[in-house]
Design a protein around this ligand. Structure first.
Ligand code: GCW
Length: 699
């Protein structure tokens, strides 16, 4: 895992090393503050294991290995595990017998310092592993260990990454290279990346992963592929990570040779049972299936006149004897020209509440449309009390700059987790309604895993929030910055950039509640003018509804009434444009261009200024970053500089193309301070991007 590290120059006392980003936040470079390092070394210099600890347990083994690697790097000490007798000083690892210290649950841990001894206590191997990573994080972020006494338990049992990785190695909506899972060389070749991926996940508390795309391929269920998947599961097990696979609903036909995939057909039921049994012989702790059905062309139970619950239940029944679960996605919409896409998932799934088996979770995207830079929370949260729900967020930046734009996602995650659904009275936050969190992964074969170095922070933040949704974005970014960049002089600015950047993206792409204005198919760049796609809800014009008189999607009672799907308290605020938060104004309201905003400006002027503010924000980030040149290792500094150059150019493009288009409808002048678009709207319409990620360039 250790990469070639060259000391290349010193700056203000800080040694800046060459860095390629592969080590993520688990860098473990030597702590340069000698006093602090000596203090840690005194506290952690010896290790004793309580008698109950089984060192042959793979998770205990992983914890001990990480501890040795971490302390070797950070402190330069060589811990010899289990060699030291239990004593009064040093570090002690303890397994809590059942009945003792009920504050620590499964996967949880306590770190406690008293009388010169630091104890890490947990109930199981995974708790020791998470506690180890926490301890190392305390050192990496320079925390004082004296008198420490903390207990951590995960908020949710399921904290899962979803890879949209295809069996051919491509990644749908992936912007960081190809899939890290190499189905060609598995199961023999165990790439060190699999181990380091698992370490990174475990370090932030991620305990499950779906390694295949929701746009699924039945082949994954063939024996040879299952053996390959089993090899991955073997690696992940040591890091507390369960493997899941996506299930293509038509697999009984495609792979099983049956004539139907009707979930009520006895042969189909038997096929799924046999398949589940087979999987569990190869992967005894297999997690279960993730399913996208009757959505965007994927097969599903509706084709046989069956409901989503009937479809999910047949898979759930097959997994139940083995303890597996089904995650059934609520991302379902059809192309009814009169329907509001934002209302469809709720209409489909809320009536099914109570009809799913106990081992089915409904997986709901954060907003009612599709991972936009900003959406209101999905009305399904809190509305299906009898069904466990997983929140799905997207780490890969399909709609937020496709991997080249710096845009920290923690504030987006935090916004949805803290949103009040009012379903069971005030304070029924989305977080309080969940049974787990899923994140669409943003990693690939890029040397630094995520392409843009700052995208590592999204992986980090996702895990931390899935473990503890009460954390603030600021706390998370302060940790990440301290672990990722050596010079403390840059941390505050890095944190500010991450905290503010998502709002910049919202402003230069889709301000004031606008949404889905990205160009067709690849979603790269602006395309607000597109209105000729055969499915109405794939057209940006469907979403903004702008004309000479006004703009916005009326989702109140005078429009689609999708607003009715929210609790009365939410409706009361949002339903009136004067009390609706400006960030969501045009999501819920269609308003005239001269509508007066709370600050007295017109809607048009306000909108135009937002576009400009987004661009100014990127300019600010570029200047701040340039100012840190001597304090950040040159490779990562140069990479981010280059990406910021793209981001600034594209932010200007978004602003200019959007304003030119809206001006072509309303003929209004731009307010002072907002530059005229340099080209006509026809020019922006004429641009095409054969190199946009995810499309095959054609002549
Ligand atoms: O956001 C859309 C994407 C599709 C994706 C789909 C989904 C995996 O454009 O590429 O398919 O969502 O979430 O299923």
């Amino acid at each position: 895992m250790r990469t070639t590290v060259l000391v290349i120059f010193c700056c203000l006392g800080w040694t800046i090393r060459a860095e390629d980003g592969y080590r993520l936040w688990l860098r473990y470079d030597r702590i340069q503050d000698v006093t602090l390092r000596d203090a840690y070394a005194r506290q952690l210099g010896t290790l004793s294991l309580s008698p109950g600890i089984d060192t042959t347990d793979v998770q205990v083994g992983a914890a001990l290995k990480e501890l040795r690697t971490g302390l070797d790097g950070l402190l330069g000490i060589d811990l010899a595990p289990a060699s030291a007798p239990p004593g009064n000083t040093g570090l002690q690892l303890t397994l809590l017998p059942s009945g003792r210290d009920s504050s620590v649950g499964e996967e949880g841990y306590r770190i406690h310092n008293a009388d010169g001894r630091l104890t890490l206590a947990a109930r199981d191997g995974s708790g020791l592993l998470y506690g180890t990573f926490h301890l190392l994080r305390l050192l990496q972020t320079g925390q004082v260990l004296e008198g420490i006494d903390l207990v951590e338990n995960p908020a949710y049992d399921l904290r899962i990454l979803n890879h949209w990785d295809n069996l051919d190695g491509t990644v749908e909506r992936g912007y960081a290279g190809f899939s890290i899972f190499n189905w060609h060389t598995l199961p023999e070749v165990i790439d060190q990346r699999y181990v380091d991926y698992a370490r990174a996940c475990a370090s932030v508390g991620i305990n499950a992963t779906v390694v295949t795309n929701v746009n699924a391929n039945s082949l994954i269920f063939r024996k040879d592929y299952l053996r390959k998947a089993a090899a991955l599961a073997d690696v992940f097990r040591a890091y507390g990570i369960k493997l899941y696979l996506t299930a293509r609903f038509s697999s009984p036909v495609e792979l099983g040779g049956l004539e139907t995939a009707d979930p009520l057909d006895p042969a189909v039921i038997a096929w799924w049972r046999a398949k589940a049994d087979e999987i569990y012989t190869l992967i005894p702790d297999f997690g279960g299936f993730l399913v996208k059905a009757n959505s965007e062309g994927q097969p599903g139970p509706n084709e046989y006149g069956r409901s989503h619950a009937e479809g999910a239940n047949v898979l759930a029944d097959a997994l139940a004897p083995h303890g597996g679960t089904v995650m059934w996605r609520a991302f379902v919409y059809d192309s009814d020209p009169d329907a509001d896409r934002a209302a469809q998932a709720y209409e489909e799934f809320v009536p099914l509440d109570g009809k799913f088996r106990d081992n089915v979770l409904l997986q709901v995207k954060n907003g009612p449309i599709d991972f936009q830079p900003r959406e209101p929370f999905s009305p399904i949260f809190g509305a299906v009390p009898q069904t466990p729900v997983l929140l799905e967020v997207q780490l890969t930046k399909e709609y937020l700059g496709q991997g080249t734009h710096l845009s920290g996602l923690a504030p987006l995650f935090e916004e949805v987790l803290r949103a009040d659904t009012y379903r069971a009275g005030a304070g029924t936050t989305v977080a309080s309604t969940l049974s787990g969190i899923a994140g669409v992964a943003n990693v690939g074969t890029a040397r630094n895993w995520t392409g843009h170095p700052f995208n590592q922070a999204d992986w980090y933040a996702f895990g931390r929030l899935a473990w503890d949704p009460g954390l603030s974005s600021r706390e998370i970014y302060e940790e990440w910055a301290a672990m990722t960049f050596s010079d403390p002089g840059v941390h505050a600015t890095v944190v500010e950039m991450l905290l503010r950047s998502r709002e910049f993206v919202v402003d230069y792409m889709t301000p004031l509640g606008l949404h889905h204005l990205m160009a067709t198919g690849h979603h790269y760049g602006p395309g607000p003018w597109v209105d000729d796609l055969h499915r109405p809800e794939w057209n940006p014009a469907y979403y903004h509804r702008a004309d000479s008189a006004g703009i916005g999607f009326d989702r109140t009672a005078s429009g689609s009434n999708a607003l009715a799907q929210y609790a009365p308290e939410v409706r009361a605020t949002i339903g009136d444009p004067r009390t609706c938060p400006p960030e969501l104004l045009l999501w819920f309201h269609h308003l005239p261009w001269d509508y007066e905003m709370p600050d007295g400006t017109t809607l048009w002027n306000s909108l135009a200024r937002r576009y400009e503010a987004g661009v100014a924000g990127v300019r600010w980030m570029a200047e701040e970053w340039a100012g840190m040149a001597g304090s950040i290792d040159p490779v990562r500094h140069r990479e981010v500089t280059q990406y910021l150059r793209i981001q600034l150019r594209e932010a200007e493009w978004w602003r200019d193309a959007s304003l030119a288009y809206f001006q072509s409808l309303n003929g209004l002048p731009l307010p002072v301070g907002v530059p005229e678009p340099p080209h006509s709207v026809d020019y922006y319409k004429s641009l095409d991007y054969p190199y946009a990620p995810g499309i095959r360039p054609r002549w």
